[in-house]
Design a protein around this ligand. Structure first.
Ligand SMILES: *[C@@H]1O[C@H](CO)[C@@H](O)[C@H](O)[C@H]1NC(C)=O
Ligand SMILES: *[C@@H]1O[C@H](CO)[C@@H](O)[C@H](O)[C@H]1NC(C)=O
Ligand SMILES: *[C@@H]1O[C@H](CO)[C@@H](O)[C@H](O)[C@H]1NC(C)=O
Ligand SMILES: *[C@@H]1O[C@H](CO)[C@@H](O)[C@H](O)[C@H]1NC(C)=O
Ligand SMILES: *[C@@H]1O[C@H](CO)[C@@H](O)[C@H](O)[C@H]1NC(C)=O
Length: 456
């Protein structure tokens, strides 16, 4: 099969490129001088925080397009309007609550989950994800826009015939009409799947094996995914979920190469820009990174990527997580919007932010999530604290766009939120990941970071 042959060639290239990549990284590291004079603030042009009314597609031609589902770049026409932060924050809270329920291994509300109230639950709340990607399935290829979720472990789409589907924008995938589809090798009892997410949403159906087209150069035959025929209506008008979490059935675990268990993305600094999502060779080629932190393996079988966040530098203050008792665990998650911090650390950061912003008029809070807002109307440049996430093995400087949430020029808010309880999960959300290259090397248990180029 031509696709498969070219894939093998690409693997060979990948091995070669991988070695070069390692060498390049080594050189970069060796020549870096530590700059002790690095300022602890940024001068941010207000203009750079203001989204455009039309889509700026700076990431074009690089892998898959990662689009904000409500921005002018969204492939979901009905959603293409200005962002509604009320809805975003509500979904975000539901996701965070359900992820914390998942973290404590106790039965989730039995009323919702029935007899089988314990795990497996596959991730938090994929419907909360703010970003979508369009992939192709089958032959002829059907383009499907799915929610991009590093916190879910199974990829599924609604399939025809569908007894209980919600309305989606794309045509329903029809396995019987695809000349490349087949039944995956499975025992009779395993051909069906049933995914219960922690927020009460679900998808039930059967597994299908077919050609997955990520980009014209990047195709995977024999990709096994869920064909949903009974799906709760929590996924807006998307065609399903692209699950990039850890687990047996994820896209990355199926890509037939050890080296290809690699993907990288850049989340754009505003909803009017596109980001990118790349796999394997392309991820290594385009996603420059310069440091990494280990992925901490998790005893419970959740699909999340746990990392070791040691502390946070905010302006010229440093806050350590090791003084928290019990020390909360940290995940990096594409589907959570606003980063959640232990209440004590959040308060300290907030106090520091207030000092920086004291010369500006206070603006009303953004319910329910962001309570520290300023009116920056008419300002050209604003000095903001620099934020550095101190992970085990690497310090990651956030993009200036990742410190505040701009609702309007008259309402610019600190883009962090406190957890309800000290031991709740610390979650690095998508706003703080903006404009970074984040490369997941699942095989080697590393998350790598670099400066991204997906724009504001
Ligand atoms: C799979 O689900 C279908 C439809 O719900 C059902 O008819 C079938 O019996 C199930 N198969 C197995 C092996 O459970
Ligand atoms: C998901 O949909 C189900 C069924 O309609 C509903 O009960 C549940 O509240 C929804 N969950 C969210 C987070 O919207
Ligand atoms: C975790 O998953 C593995 C393989 O899927 C399984 O064998 C093991 O029992 C699971 N552990 C728990 C605690 O569920
Ligand atoms: C604002 O910042 C930009 C870029 O850093 C700089 O070129 C410009 O001179 C600044 N303008 C003012 C009024 O400070
Ligand atoms: C990160 O920054 C802290 C504080 O500036 C420093 O103590 C630590 O050594 C740095 N870590 C790495 C891996 O560079």
């Amino acid at each position: 099969m031509a696709n498969y042959t070219s894939f093998r060639l690409r693997l060979l290239l990948l091995v070669l490129l991988f070695s070069c990549h390692e060498v390049q990284k080594g050189c970069a590291r060796g020549s870096q001088t530590v700059n002790h004079e690095e300022p602890d603030n940024y001068v941010v042009e207000m203009r750079s925080l203001t989204p455009a009314s039309t889509c700026k597609d700076q990431a074009k031609g690089r892998g898959l397009t990662l689009a904000h589902r409500q921005g002018p770049c969204s492939p979901l026409a009905a959603n293409r309007r200005s962002r509604d932060s009320k809805i975003t924050f509500l979904r975000d809270q539901v996701r965070v609550c359900s992820m914390n329920n998942l973290g404590e291994s106790r039965p989730l509300t039995a009323g919702i989950y029935g007899e089988n109230a314990w795990l497996p639950i596959h991730g938090g709340s994929p419907g909360a994800g703010e970003f979508v990607v369009t992939i192709g399935l089958g032959t002829p290829k059907v383009d499907l826009t799915l929610i991009f979720d590093t916190g879910s472990d199974i990829t599924w789409t609604q399939c025809q015939p569908c007894p209980r589907c919600y309305p989606q924008q794309d045509p329903l995938f029809e396995p019987l009409k695809s000349t490349t589809s087949s039944n995956p090798p499975c025992s009779a009892s395993k051909c069906n799947y049933s995914i219960d997410y922690a927020d009460g949403s679900h998808s039930d159906g059967y597994y299908v094996r077919d050609l997955l087209t990520l980009t014209p150069d990047c195709k995977f035959p024999d990709f096994i995914f869920g064909c949903g025929e009974n799906n709760s209506p929590n996924f807006s008008t998307t065609a399903g979920v692209l699950g990039l979490g850890q687990g047996d059935n994820t896209l990355i675990s199926q890509i037939p190469s050890e080296l290809s268990q690699i993907f990288c993305y850049c989340i754009p600094g505003s909803e009017s820009s596109n980001g990118y999502l790349l796999f394997g060779l392309e991820a290594l080629r385009y996603c420059q990174t310069d440091s990494y932190t280990p992925i901490i393996s998790d005893k419970k079988n959740t699909s999340f990527y746990f990392v070791n966040l040691v502390g946070i530098a905010f302006g010229n203050q440093k806050f350590s997580l090791s003084s928290e008792s019990p020390r909360p665990r940290t995940i990096i998650d594409s589907g959570t919007t606003i980063t959640r911090l232990p209440p004590r650390i959040y308060s300290a950061i907030r106090a520091e932010f207030v000092k920086y912003m004291s010369k500006y008029p206070v603006a009303r809070p953004l319910p329910e999530l962001l309570n520290t807002c300023y009116d920056l109307h008419g300002q050209k440049n604003v000095t903001m604290p620099k934020v550095v996430l101190q992970f085990q093995n690497t310090n990651v400087s956030l993009d200036p766009s990742a410190v505040v949430w701009r609702e309007s020029d008259a309402q610019v808010c600190l883009a962090f939120a406190p957890n309800r309880k000290g031991p709740d999960l610390v979650i690095i959300g998508s706003v703080q990941q903006q404009n970074l290259n984040i490369l997941y090397n699942v095989k080697e248990n590393k998350v790598e970071f670099g400066k991204g180029s997906c724009g504001n």
